[in-house]
Design a protein around this ligand. Sequence first.
Ligand code: MN
Length: 195
Amino acid sequence: MEKMQLMALPYAPEALEPVISRETIGFHHGKHLAGYVNNLNGLLQDSGFEVATLEEIVCKATGGILNNAGQILNHNLYFSQFSGKPKKTAPTGALALAIEREFGSFDAFKEEFQKKGATLFGSGWVWLSADKDGKLVITQEPNAANPVQRGLKPLLTFDVWEHAYYLDYQNRRPDHLAALWQIVDWDIIEQRYQP
Ligand code: MN
């Protein structure tokens, strides 16, 4: 069986400071995500999902396999969407137009996204996704859920599990969410939006 691998970070662990500290990245990627990868590798044996993709597992599995695979998929998309030096601070092209169409403006979109993240009760993720026609939607997903489970294409996510921000922001989840815009790499999000 091909073992699930812990994704390599596309930047140095201190690259996202001061928005996300090296210490938080160390625990979040090196302990939490690594733990989900180890758990899933233990659970996959003789599960029928040995050769499935993460997306397939997340759409079909239940219980511990679903939870650990969901967290791996979510974190892979999360960690790979950031840059310490993003080339632009807002999307351009088709994604920018879709955001204006759906939310009125980029600022209105950011406000709605942050609000959905701040008001998600307990652990989970706030997502921007696209449907099959390219129409955008913001959803709150509890625990390890991912919009791909409803046929949506996940584009951007903020992790609101406390482990994502507690070392740096303690209880100030809204401050953490507001700061994350500084490190979103919109080139990556635009690539994900492409049909
Ligand atoms: Mn997390």
